[in-house]
Every structure is written in structure tokens, then in C-alpha cells.
Design a protein around this ligand. Structure first.
Ligand code: ADP
Ligand code: ADP
Ligand code: MG
Length: 662
């Protein structure tokens, strides 16, 4: 029994857990780092305690500080959410020592499932099918080579302690295996503090299908059906749905039985997810078990009508499961997408930045789990996932249609995000047909325009010109005498979409504006104009455009995607043949983890000079021209700000190039 729940997490999942806990009558406590002082998860909770500075290691991962927050507030239970301490067996034991109920499985089950090697062995023993593979403490490559030959190439090397899609390598040829093993071992050692590896057969064009399980303290275990999480980038989920379009009733039963068997074999209690990899012939193999609530739990909630956080709390309080397997009904269909602060056009690189405007979509069957508000910043300290947008409906077609609409209506202005990419993924014929495998994004979807730098269309440029003109230029332009009532002169503007600059001319006729983009003329009428929303008719079609103007940057959301445009009319022109500046700048806020060059080194354009770590990813910083390294201002371990100059690639200037510069 417990009364007050401390939520040891942040952002959308802290908000999500708080909602159910309060609804069930519990008092709640939020914890926050200095970066999250005013975040929604802090404001919603009954009480909140600061647990440290922004870096996760000093705050959300700081076991002492979290336990102290529980002591200060008298919290007698802790919900860990996912990520952070949720799979940390030492934290589970520490909670027990302090008489605090941990909402999750016992430490021994968590420990077992935290090791890919040991969990696989335990599952094989329990009769759950596992991916053909090999594991050994032996570091000499020969037994591994022999095993790989037996399994057949390609093979996958995995860090036994890995997670989050990290620590995995695909090997296609036998003569690369020894090298890759050595590299994987040293990487695993530094990333997870444990060099242990496992080898697995790489399944080609597989689907990732997982089963949600629940077990109570009385020894009952059930499953709540499957989720298909096959659409992935970098082995990380992007789209998740329930039920899976690939699974029929008999397969569901077989997978469900295997998952329940897996939970029972390790004495599991609480919510867990058994992940399977499924081949083209519908054989399924155990991958791993995640011993916590999963990011994609909402799709299961939407098709079962159950509140999974409520079930977790109930089980932790010692009550039995409120239903038996036969009472679990899967009804309709639900699809979730993860809204990330990342740029799909730059290999999904995580992005930091401000949230100038955030209007989550609404509508029948739509659920948005998020923890952001306008005025906040997405910082480099945590996961780049900022929200989950979920849609349900009586069938898959309706859920998919609703989710596309919801994504197109998601207004998030400021930080770069992946909403347009997500809507294109859902609209793709392969996904629509239910045929996406984990290879989908890198194959069929590879040439999609949402994976290229965004190029504004003529209509988007015309609308942007009108917004800029009305907000920034009109008064100015009239003052400068560039305006006459009798014969309106055209106001020229250079709009840069981050890729290309385009000249547009706007002629203001009072109620109507004529805007020329290239050789096309657009007629735009501003029908209604309020704070941040312009309702306009463009060439006879009326619609709304949400926008924010910040320091001559215009963010506008029109027809389902967001554009960031610079008014470059008065910016100095760049020479077409311009070389890189040679300044090596941080691409985001983060920590330098490696400086690979020394002053005086000769380098070539494209060569990696340093590595930055931010948002749980590594980002190589490359030379933008040939030259010699000078002026190194950082070393490994330094925290740096976005755009900070880290070093310079120096080129001895020829008299000719100097002449050109003047
Ligand atoms: P898996 O990929 O192993 O199946 P999930 O897809 O459920 O696991 O994702 C869990 C991961 O999501 C966490 O380990 C963490 O990296 C990330 N994550 C997303 N949002 C948050 C958050 N608010 N706090 C912590 N971790 C988060
Ligand atoms: P993590 O702990 O990082 O979540 P998983 O073992 O769950 O690691 O694998 C993550 C993803 O990597 C899977 O969803 C799948 O897309 C891919 N993957 C893992 N193992 C295999 C395999 N043997 N063959 C093909 N793909 C795999
Ligand atoms: Mg996994």
C-alpha cells in the first residue's frame, strides 16, 4: 500500500503517469533538473523537488537525490517511467531498503533481462524460440568465426548490455568478423561499461513485433496482444501500431503464449514487453524483454480500453490482475508516431532549439502525449523525443487517415522536427498496405522528399512573402517612399529556405496582393489576421497559416508542413564559388568526446576532426575545406555551445584569392 507517488522521470511520460496517478486519488511528486524548472510535468504534480543540474547523470539518474526527494515529500512509491532509472536494478534495491514501493518488476527479473546473453539463455531453456546465435566469454575470434559460419552470413553483433538501438553491427563477410568483434567489444566497454557481446543471425527484411505482458504478485500472467514496431531508423522505433497487419489470430496466440511463458520463467511482476523479431515466413524469435512501461504503450491502451499505468499501480499495491486472458478484447486499430526534435534531411540528426509555438492536434480518436509548452527550449541534455501523436479508429484505414491529418495539423514552430516526414511515412503505399519491414525507411522510402532539405513551393513562398510584408515591411516600405497609392510599386524580397534563395515581388493593392515568384503570379487576399494566424485566400482557395516571426526568421505552417524562411533581402550575398570558412563549429550544444587532430595537422575536406555527443548520439564534426589545423580551443570532455568555434582549418591564402575577396 502507498499514498504518494514520486515520478522519477521528465517530459511526456512524467505527465502521462501523473495524469493516471492523480485520477486514482494518489498524491504526486515531480522531480526536475535545472533545465526543466518550469516544464509541464513539474507544474502538474502536487509537489516538485529539484534533483540537480541539467545533465541527467547529476539529476534524473542521481539515485541519492531521487531518494532524498522521496524523503522530503514523504513519497512512499516511485514510478520510473522509461529510460533513466527504469531498468536499473541497483535503484530497485535502494528503493526497497528505504521502504519505498518501486513500480516495476523485482530486481532479479530486471537484472536477468538486462543482459541480452543471459536472458536469451533463460528463454531458450524455458522453450521460447530465440534467434540462432552464439555467445562466449572467449575473446579469441576463432570460435566466433566458426559459429558465424554455422549460422550463415549476414550476422549481427550486439552488446549484451546494449539498448536504445546502440551497440549493434551487421557483418556481411567472414573476413570482416574478427575486426568488427574487436571494435564492438571496445565500444561496448566504453558505452555500457561491459564488453560482453552476443552474435545473432541477421534476419532479412524482418518485422519487429512485441507482446505486452502483465503479471501480478499472485502469480497470474496475461498478455494484451501485440504491437508492430517495424518502421525504424537506426534500430529505433518511429511508428508503432496495434494490432500488427502481419499477425493473424493463431500467430497472436502463439506469440502471446510464448511471451507469457517468458514472463513466468523469470518470476516477473508488473508491466513488461517481450520483443520478437519475425521473419518473412512468420517465424518469430525472442529478442529481449523490456522490464518497464514502453514508449508505445498508448496503442495497446487504445485497442484494449485499459489504462496500463493504472494496472501497474494496482499490481504494485498488491491487488490481483482485474481480468483474465479470455476477457482481453482487441478492438479497432491504433497507430502511434514519435515526434522527435530531429532533422530527417540530415540523417535524423537530433536538434535543439526554441519552441515558439506548440498547438497539438485534436479530434476524434486523437491522443497526444507531450510535455512541452510554448516558450520552452529543447535542450541537448535528454532524449530528442518531444511528443507522441496517436490515432485510433474502428479499422486501420481510419486510424491511419486520422493520424496523417493530425500530423499535418501539428503546429510546432521553432526547433526542427520530423512531423512532415512522419505524415509522409504513413501516406506511403508500402506502409498503407501493411507491408513495412525494418528495412522500409532505407529502401522504399529512401528517395522521399522529406529526407531531402526542404524546398519551399511557389505558393509557400508567396504566403511567406505576404506574412513578412504585413508584419515587418509594410510600414517601413511606405515610409521609405517605395509606396504610392496610385501606382503601387513592387516590393522585392529575397527569401531563403535554408537551401535556396528566391526573389519574390509583392505588389500591394490594398485588399489583395499580387506576388510574383519566378514567372508565376499569385493573388493573395488576407481574410483575417490575428496573433500568429493568417487566414488567407491564395489563388481562390482559402486556408489558414500559423506563423511566428522571430529575428527576421519566419516560421510558418501551411498545408501540413513547417517552413523556416529567412528574409535575406538585405543580407550580404554569398559568392557562388565560396569555400568553407574553415571554422569548425559545434553543430549543437553538447560535450566534446574526442578531438582527433592536433595543431599543424594537414586535413582534407570531409575529414572528421572531432566528435560531439548530445542527445544520446555522437556527431562527427568535419572539415569543410582542405588545410592545416590551427587554433584548437577545446579538448575531450569540454561542454560546448551550439555554433561555438572549436578550431580552424587554415589555408595559406594565395594573392589571387585575396584579390577576389575584395
Ligand atoms: P526499446 O527501443 O528498447 O523498445 P522504447 O522504444 O520503449 O524501448 O524506448 C525507451 C527509450 O525511450 C528509453 O530508453 C529512452 O532512450 C527513450 N525515451 C523517450 N522518452 C524519454 C523520456 N521522457 N525519458 C527518458 N527516456 C526517454
Ligand atoms: P535494443 O536493446 O537496442 O532495443 P534489440 O535487440 O531490441 O536492441 O534490437 C533493436 C532492433 O534491431 C530490432 O527492433 C530490429 O530492428 C533490429 N534487430 C535486432 N536483432 C536483429 C536480428 N537478429 N536481425 C535483424 N534485425 C535485428
Ligand atoms: Mg529492443
Amino acid at each position: 500500500m502507498f499514498n504518494k507517488l514520486l515520478i522519477a522521470n521528465r517530459s511526456e511520460i512524467a505527465v502521462r503517469v501523473n495524469r493516471t496517478a492523480q485520477a486514482l486519488g494518489y498524491r504526486t511528486v515531480a522531480v526536475f533538473s535545472d533545465a526543466d524548472r518550469d516544464a509541464p510535468h513539474v507544474r502538474m504534480a502536487d509537489e516538485a523537488v529539484r534533483v540537480g543540474p541539467a545533465p541527467a547523470g547529476e539529476s534524473y539518474l542521481n539515485i541519492e537525490a531521487i531518494l532524498e526527494a522521496a524523503r522530503l515529500t514523504g513519497a512512499d512509491a516511485v514510478h520510473p517511467g522509461y529510460g533513466f532509472l527504469s531498468e536499473n536494478a541497483a535503484f530497485v534495491s535502494a528503493c526497497a531498503e528505504h521502504g519505498i514501493t518501486f513500480i516495476g518488476p523485482p530486481a532479479h527479473a530486471m537484472e536477468l533481462m538486462g543482459s541480452k546473453r543471459r536472458s536469451k539463455e533463460a528463454m531458450a531453456e524455458a522453450g521460447v524460440p530465440t534467434v540462432p546465435g552464439f555467445q562466449s566469454a572467449e575473446t579469441d575470434p576463432s570460435p566466433w568465426q566458426k559459429a558465424a559460419d554455422g549460422i550463415g552470413y549476414p550476422v549481427m553483433i550486439k552488446a549484451s548490455a546494449g539498448g536504445g538501438g546502440r551497440g549493434m553491427r551487421l557483418v556481411h563477410e567472414p573476413d570482416k568478423l574478427a575486426d568488427e568483434l574487436a571494435r564492438a567489444r571496445s565500444e561496448a566497454e566504453s558505452a555500457f561499461g561491459d564488453g560482453e557481446l552476443i552474435l545473432e543471425k541477421a534476419i532479412v527484411r524482418p518485422r519487429h513485433i512485441e507482446i505486452q505482458v502483465f503479471a501480478d504478485q499472485q502469480g497470474h500472467a496475461i498478455h494484451l496482444g501485440e504491437r508492430d514496431c517495424s518502421v525504424q531508423r537506426r534500430h529505433q522505433k518511429v511508428v508503432e501500431e496495434a494490432p500488427s497487419p502481419f499477425v493473424d489470430e493463431s500467430m497472436r496466440q502463439a506469440m502471446g503464449d510464448a511471451a507469457v511463458k517468458a514472463a513466468q520463467a523469470c518470476g516477473y511482476v508488473g508491466a513488461g514487453t517481450v520483443e520478437f523479431i519475425v521473419d518473412e515466413a512468420r517465424n518469430f524469435y525472442f529478442l529481449e524483454m523490456n522490464t518497464r512501461l514502453q514508449v508505445e504503450h498508448p496503442v495497446t491502451e487504445m485497442v484494449t480500453g485499459l489504462d496500463l499505468v493504472a494496472l501497474q499501480l494496482r499490481i504494485a499495491a498488491g491487488e490481483p490482475l482485474p481480468l483474465v486472458q479470455d476477457e482481453v478484447r482487441i478492438c479497432g486499430h491504433a497507430i502511434e508516431v514519435r515526434l522527435y526534435a530531429e532533422d530527417p534531411a540530415q540523417s535524423y540528426m537530433p536538434q535543439t532549439g526554441p519552441v515558439h509555438s506548440w498547438i497539438p492536434p485534436e479530434g476524434d480518436g486523437i491522443r497526444v502525449d507531450h510535455g512541452i509548452s510554448a516558450g520552452m527550449r529543447v535542450t541537448p541534455h535528454y532524449d530528442p523525443m518531444i511528443a507522441k501523436v496517436v490515432a485510433s479508429g474502428p479499422d486501420r484505414g481510419m486510424a491511419r487517415r486520422r493520424l496523417i491529418r493530425a500530423l499535418e495539423d501539428t503546429v510546432l514552430l521553432g526547433v526542427t522536427h520530423n512531423a512532415w516526414f512522419l505524415s509522409r511515412v504513413l501516406a506511403h503505399e508500402t506502409f498503407a498496405a501493411g507491408e513495412a519491414t525494418t528495412a522500409f525507411l532505407d529502401t522504399e522510402f529512401r528517395d522521399d522528399p522529406s529526407l531531402k532539405p526542404i524546398q519551399a513551393t511557389a505558393t509557400e513562398l508567396a504566403v511567406a512573402a505576404l506574412v513578412l510584408y504585413r508584419n515587418e515591411i509594410k510600414a517601413d516600405y511606405a515610409d521609405r517612399g517605395g509606396w504610392s497609392n496610385s501606382l503601387p510599386s513592387a516590393c522585392p524580397m529575397l527569401l531563403n529556405d535554408g537551401h535556396t534563395g528566391t526573389w519574390v515581388r509583392l505588389r500591394d493593392h490594398g485588399s489583395e496582393a499580387c506576388i510574383t515568384v519566378g514567372d508565376q503570379e499569385h493573388r493573395l487576399v488576407a481574410e483575417d489576421h490575428r496573433d500568429g494566424v493568417l487566414s488567407l485566400s491564395a489563388d481562390g482557395v482559402r486556408r489558414a497559416c500559423q506563423y511566428q516571426l522571430v529575428d527576421h526568421s519566419l516560421y510558418c505552417h501551411l498545408s501540413g508542413r513547417t517552413l523556416a524562411l529567412q528574409d535575406a533581402t538585405h543580407a550580404p550575398a554569398r559568392r557562388a564559388d565560396e569555400q568553407g570558412s574553415g571554422e569548425v563549429r559545434a553543430t549543437m550544444d553538447g560535450a566534446v568526446i574526442e578531438v582527433g587532430v592536433a595543431e599543424g595537422d594537414a586535413v582534407q575536406a570531409g575529414q572528421t576532426l572531432a566528435v560531439l555527443e548530445a542527445m544520446k548520439m555522437e556527431h562527427p564534426l568535419k572539415a569543410d575545406r582542405d588545410g592545416t589545423i590551427s587554433d584548437i580551443r577545446v579538448s575531450a570532455g569540454d561542454q560546448v555551445r551550439n555554433r561555438q568555434v572549436l578550431m580552424t582549418v587554415f589555408v595559406a591564402e594565395s594573392p589571387h584569392s585575396k584579390e577576389n575577396a575584395e
